[in-house]
Design a binder for this molecule. Structure first.
Ligand code: ADP
Ligand code: MG
Length: 323
């Protein structure tokens, strides 16, 4: 995955054409000035810089607005904005939207994506990012935090379906054993209460933009109600599967200090640390399938992470948390 701007003539033509059509119905967007393309996912969406009413912004243009994604995303951004508008923990300010036309306009956030920044620093300095990231997740979910009866079958099913697409036999062999561990932990979770909230949904460190003490979350399109552990696992596993060192200590395939920080910020109980978060670490490990195009080091890193995860999953259980 790369965030580098890709010169893409067809995408730029398509964006110009779309904006022209939208502008005929929407005078505010008619005056929008598109700038550099950040990302284009062919047939789905484009993200590009620009200027809107004199302000530096980022445009998100969805090519299939009739499916409802822009309207849902805009509603979610507007819901969250009053809670994340001031101080160090924020979301990008909603500036304008024409959701029927698939256009969302957001404040252009200054700073550097968190993982990009972490890579530039010494390992020991990376640990300092875990607490603000966990606090961002906590602040953005606190107002919707609610217990629900836990159900694990759907999560196991999704993890298995993803694993069946795993093209690397060495990884697949480990995934089968990780699935067995999810099935072992499931009955300890099933039917009890777990904590849910409307949560980001794709909470990896490059969806947090860091500018000094200010941490701004972006990319809220996947936000919906889910167990709170899912996004914690997403964050630590994204770092763990790349074997990016921080505290130098690991548990369950990921950074031990990161796990402890999320557990502390969310005041996780012993059972949540021993069983529920490990279950979601296994889920997150399997749901992102390594593709053939990845560099070889990523496959090696994923395999090493899987081995660590698997040996610790076998040791964790009710009453025996590893962090
Ligand atoms: N509001 C914003 N301000 C600054 N940069 C942004 C903003 N929104 C997106 N970006 C940049 O564009 C990239 C892709 O945007 P993102 O919303 O994460 O879309 P995707 O769904 O493709 O991950 C981000 O990684 C970030 O570098
Ligand atoms: Mg993103």
């Amino acid at each position: 995955m790369t965030d580098a701007p890709i010169p893409n003539f067809d995408a730029l033509m398509e964006i110009a054409e779309r904006l022209h059509v939208v502008g005929q119905q929407d005078p505010r967007l008619a005056a929008a000035e598109p700038g550099d393309l950040i990302r284009n996912v062919a047939g789905k969406r484009a993200i590009f810089e620009g200027v809107f009413e004199g302000r530096d912004v980022v445009f998100r243009l969805n090519y299939r607005p009739e499916e409802g994604a822009p309207a849902r995303e805009w509603a979610e951004i507007e819901r969250l904005w009053p809670y994340m508008a001031e101080g160090d923990l924020r979301i990008a300010e909603p500036v304008y939207a024409n959701t029927g036309a698939g256009v969302i306009v957001l404040e252009r956030v200054p700073g550097t994506p968190m993982l990009t920044l972490m890579r530039r620093l010494e390992a020991a300095e990376r640990v300092a990012f875990f607490a603000p990231a966990a606090r961002w997740l906590r602040q953005s979910t606190a107002m919707t935090d609610a217990p629900r009866v836990a159900g694990t079958a759907g999560w196991v099913r999704r993890a298995r379906a993803a694993s069946e697409k795993q093209p690397f036999p060495a990884l697949r062999a480990l995934e089968v054993q990780i699935l067995e561990q999810m099935e072992r932990l499931g009955p300890h979770i099933e039917g009890a209460l777990w904590r849910t909230a409307i949560s980001h949904g794709d909470f990896h460190p490059n969806n947090l933009i860091v500018d000094g003490a200010r941490i701004t979350g972006i990319d809220l399109g996947g936000s919906t109600r889910m167990p709170i552990y899912k996004d914690m696992a997403r964050f630590v596993m994204h770092i763990g599967r790349r074997r990016i060192e921080a505290s130098g200590q690991r548990a369950l395939g990921v950074d031990l200090a990161a796990l402890k920080t999320f557990a502390e910020v969310f005041a996780l109980t012993q059972e949540e640390r021993a069983v529920v978060l490990p279950f979601f670490l296994a889920f997150e490990a399997l749901i992102r399938v390594e593709i053939r195009a990845l560099p070889k080091w990523r496959i090696k890193a994923a395999e090493a992470m899987y081995r660590d995860l698997l040996s610790d999953l076998a040791r964790t259980g009710p009453g025996t948390p590893l962090f």
